[in-house]
Design a protein around this ligand. Structure first.
Ligand code: HEC
Length: 95
């Protein structure tokens, strides 16, 4: 991990964003703005208002998550999970 606290590298953030856009973007709004293509799928920038982003780490690594309609079975390598978590943290809407 880089020395800068709480400031993950731009490369990692970009990678996290790309992974989410590719795997999740057909239903979820991935970025800081915009509506989810699927209205019942929450925009990723508001997930942190429901629960800590860190709590997603396990579901991402082990295959995503119960209670998820029409979801493809997806699991990510631990490096990728880190990039995704960092990205999600970086876009959370301020309350
Ligand atoms: C085929 C459409 C689809 C895809 C692809 C998809 N999702 Fe979802 N996702 C949904 C829907 C619909 C919901 C809302 C489920 C509900 O609240 O009943 C949801 C909910 C969620 C939630 C909130 C769950 C909760 O308990 O509040 C998270 C987190 C999530 N998705 C993450 C992801 C991630 C990460 C990916 C990509 C790896 C992804 N989703 C891909 C449709 C999708």
């Amino acid at each position: 991990m880089a020395a800068a606290q709480g400031a993950p590298g731009a490369v990692d953030l970009k990678r996290g964003e790309e992974l989410l856009a590719k795997n999740c973007g057909q239903c979820h709004a991935v970025g800081r703005t915009g509506d989810s293509p699927r209205p019942d799928a929450p925009a990723f920038r508001v997930l942190g208002q429901r629960y800590p982003i860190d709590s997603l780490e396990e579901s991402l690594g082990e295959g995503i998550m119960s209670g998820h309609p029409d979801m493809p079975e997806i699991s990510f390598e631990s490096d990728d999970v880190g990039a995704i978590i960092d990205y999600l943290k970086s876009i959370q809407a301020k309350r």
